[in-house]
Write a protein that binds this ligand. Sequence first.
Ligand code: ADP
Ligand code: MG
Length: 137
Amino acid sequence: MEQTLSIIKPDAVAKGFIGKIIDRFESNGLRIAGMKKLHLSTKQAEDFYAVHKDRPFYADLVKFMSSGPVVVMVLEGENAVLKNRELMGATNPKEADKGTIRADFAQSIEANAVHGSDSLENAKNEVAFFFDGHEIL
Ligand code: ADP
Ligand code: MG
């Protein structure tokens, strides 16, 4: 069993896609082990995406991720990290496979509906960024 972090980003929350996106996880063997709705501060968004701080899109990404509420979740299941990445689709929704979350719910390479941890090690760090142990059930 693995755990991974998922974020439903401000674009998808604003468009009312929370339920539809969660259904993709629950229908594909990923259990919601923890969940909360948050409005990230600039500092939280900066820290969460610190790995991208030298990329040209970093400032815009931080602004976007703190522009409105998000839903953060701990997803649990077999191969949860990879399974979530497969369900999400490619970063650029125009390149995402048919039937993936980003193909169906995202607008642009920045406002791309969901975040998902990209490795087991990052998943552990990202889960710990948002959740205390007692919030994961
Ligand atoms: P992913 O979310 O698929 O793991 P990355 O980790 O490479 O993608 O990038 C993190 C986030 O930064 C993306 O989900 C997207 O919101 C934003 N982003 C990535 N590349 C670009 C880009 N070229 N222009 C604008 N925003 C981008
Ligand atoms: Mg990434």
